[in-house]
Design a protein around this ligand. Structure first.
Ligand code: CDP
Length: 232
């Protein structure tokens, strides 16, 4: 972890499934010493917890009961904030399972579920300061619209559906991204949308490094420098 710099930069990255948010955010987090927060993993962990408790997205009342008394904590692993739900950290395999892929957007459309995560997600900024990161990069669907509308920088990543499906398949995953996007964009609470202040980037025609370099140049305008090992 890098020493606290004079500048503290907050960056929000929104976009649909497999739009390139995670790889871009991780790379930038490492390069500029930012705490990486993947809010999709929060919804996925809650979904894994709900499914493990035998609650399905059809059981609205039970979902509300489950999230009401929930206790959320954070563990920082390799510069990335990991959520603990009632003391349990759900691993990558659990949160990216077919069952979670199939139900996460339905759970995430519920106001009770979003409400349960809202303050927790906002508190990650404080955590990043307290743990001496140079800032935070948070990815999701509603960072610019709901969670951190005042972030220093906001971006909205997009790519055509074929490119996104190809990326997911290359990760070895079966994931109905079009279906999830439809639910995410049409839900009433915090739908997926490009916030007015955000800069749109089409990642379909750009390499990962090009996207990272572009956002990186904006971060540098705000006073942060790339870390030596990353910029070498
Ligand atoms: O990685 P991918 O883009 O496929 O999805 P994700 O970021 O892991 O998010 C999984 C699901 O969580 C999304 O399809 C949304 O339903 C939900 N989500 C959300 O509603 N709001 C967020 N800020 C992040 C994720």
């Amino acid at each position: 972890m890098s020493k606290q710099a004079a500048a503290f930069v907050t960056v929000g990255i929104d976009g649909g499934a497999a739009s390139g948010k995670s790889s871009t955010s991780r790379r930038l987090a490492a390069r500029y010493g930012l705490l990486h927060v993947d809010t999709g993993s929060h919804y996925r962990a809650l979904s894994a917890g709900l499914l493990a408790a035998g609650v399905s997205p059809a059981d609205t009342g039970e979902v509300a009961d489950y999230v009401e008394g929930i206790y959320l904590e954070t563990e920082i692993v390799d510069g990335s904030a990991q959520i603990l739900v009632d003391g349990t950290r759900y691993g990558e395999e659990a949160i990216r399972s077919d069952a979670v892929n199939a139900s996460v957007s339905r759970f995430a459309a519920m106001p009770t579920v979003r409400q349960a995560l809202r303050q927790y997600q906002r508190d990650q900024v404080k955590l990043a300061r307290e743990t001496l990161f140079n800032g935070l990069i948070m990815e999701g669907r509603d960072i610019g619209s709901v969670i951190l509308p005042d972030a220093n920088l906001l971006f909205f990543l997009e790519a055509d559906e074929a490119t996104r499906a190809q990326r997911r398949a290359a990760e070895g995953q079966t994931d109905a991204i079009a279906e999830r996007d439809k639910i995410d964009a049409s839900r009433k609470t915090a739908p997926l949308t490009c916030p007015p202040r955000a800069e749109r980037i089409n990642t379909g025609s750009l390499s990962l490094e090009e996207v990272v370099a572009h956002i990186g140049s904006r971060i540098e305008e705000l006073g942060l420098s790339p870390s030596e090992e990353e910029s070498a």
